[in-house]
Design a protein around this ligand. Structure first.
Ligand SMILES: NC(=O)c1ccc[n+]([C@@H]2O[C@H](COP(=O)([O-])OP(=O)(O)OC[C@H]3O[C@@H](n4cnc5c(N)ncnc54)[C@H](O)[C@@H]3O)[C@@H](O)[C@H]2O)c1
Length: 385
């Protein structure tokens, strides 16, 4: 099947590589010819490195590069079985592009968006055959991150969902099915990892280095929240948080933080600007954490119970199955353990009592426990996968 990719930025170029590695003929389009050159150069470098490491043969590397055509006219999308759009995150532009695509491709071509925050229903509404539109959400970098969220809109036909999921499964990705709601699974369930860490800092409980130490050393997370936010970029992470907050009708659970807003306003984006929560200048001294395990465990538990609560609530609201929620967090953001499994292990009753204590102390809806969590504790149930 010929696969069309729209947008040759970080995501589009990575998705093109994934599809080509699986043997597809790929056409990659961008309005900016420079981006196409950059994508081609980047892939050549990646392939050279993989050959050097002995991970692919030089013949395969050549074939993978040879299967991708870099196009400057959308008319070359004709004959594709699937188009994945990965252009700028702007609804009006995406809608325009989807309407245009319909005039080029055949009636059976599936049209997918890699959007992180827009509703698939709103993009699908731009098409005459809206039942062919679906969300196929990769994680960055697409060739390395195994998770792909498959998001049918209310309009999407069942056979489109099945075909899209089977196809991406055949690309050796781990697919999960998510409801078309803000943040889908990962970007919804992960919010407390950032939000609660920022709140703990704002309350003066601990500094950035100590919170990061607690989450990595005591919690087993690969990166602490502040290191991760500096890596993602505070501008991007703040915008995602604000978008999710608004999209959830200002639910306090997703409230953004002034600390992050000010860091972003100051231009302290993180690694890319040389300074974020940490200073990345060569001569800078690394901040040392306070390694008191009592404080560390308090920090870890407070963030962890909120994460587990989000994961439970996602199951309660049928955003995804329990199995898919746990897969999403381990395969999309490298959590050391699925959150529901983690809840089972530390005891759902323990999670509930910690949440209820926070709720009683703060009087803030941010800490309200999911109805499903309370029901399961009352019935003595645990999650089964
Ligand atoms: N970066 C991430 O971590 C990430 C992860 C998952 C999903 N996404 C989503 O993927 C999409 C792309 O993100 P990105 O980070 O690759 O962006 P990017 O800025 O790296 O690339 C976007 C590309 O789209 C091109 N473009 C813009 N308008 C276009 C048009 N009308 N037609 C064709 N090409 C056009 C730009 O020239 C650019 O090359 C967004 O919807 C984003 O929300 C991003």
């Amino acid at each position: 099947m010929k696969i069309g990719i729209l947008g040759a930025g970080s995501m589009g170029s990575g998705i093109a590589q994934v599809a080509s590695q699986s043997g597809h003929e790929v056409v990659l389009f961008d309005t900016n010819a420079e981006q196409l050159d950059k994508a081609k150069g980047k892939l050549a470098k990646i392939m050279a490195r993989l050959v050097e490491k002995g991970r692919v043969t030089s013949e395969d590397a050549e074939a993978i590069q040879g299967r991708i055509s870099y196009i400057t006219s959308m008319s070359d999308f004709a004959g594709s079985g699937l188009i994945i759009e990965a252009i700028i995150e702007n609804l009006d532009i995406k809608k325009k592009v989807f309407a245009e695509l319909e005039g080029i491709v055949g009636a059976d071509c599936i049209l997918a968006s890699n959007t992180s925050s827009l509703s698939i229903a709103s993009i699908a509404a731009a098409c005459k055959k809206s039942e062919r539109v679906i969300g196929i959400h990769f994680f960055n970098p697409a060739p390395l991150m195994p998770l792909v969220e498959i998001i049918p809109a209310v309009q999407t036909a069942d056979n489109v969902t099945t075909t899209a999921r089977n196809l991406v499964d055949s690309w050796k990705k781990v697919t999960v099915l998510a409801k078309d709601t803000p943040g889908f699974i990962v970007n919804r369930v992960a919010r407390p990892f950032y939000g609660e860490a920022l709140k703990i800092y704002e309350e003066g409980v601990a500094d950035f280095a100590t919170i990061d130490w607690a989450m990595t050393e005591l919690g087993g997370f690969r990166m602490g929240p502040f290191t991760l936010m500096d890596y993602i970029g505070n501008d991007i992470n703040y915008t995602v948080t604000e978008t999710v907050f608004k999209a959830f009708y200002y639910d306090p659970r997703y409230r953004p933080s002034f600390t992050q807003k000010r860091h972003s306003e100051a231009g302290w984006y993180g690694r890319k600007s040389g300074r974020g929560y940490y200073d990345y200048a060569e001569e800078a001294t690394k901040a040392a954490p306070n390694t008191d395990t009592v404080v560390g465990n308090q920090i870890l538990n407070r963030i962890l119970v909120l994460l587990i609560n989000e994961a439970v609530d996602a199951v309660f609201l049928n955003i995804a199955s329990a199995k898919d929620v746990d897969l999403a967090m381990t395969k999309g953001v490298n959590y050391p353990k699925g959150l529901l499994q983690w809840g089972n292990e530390i005891g759902l009753d323990n999670v509930l009592s910690q949440l209820d204590a926070l709720y009683a102390e703060y009087g803030d809806d941010k800490y309200r426990a999911s109805v499903l969590l309370r029901r399961m504790v009352n019935n003595g149930e645990t999650f089964e996968f």
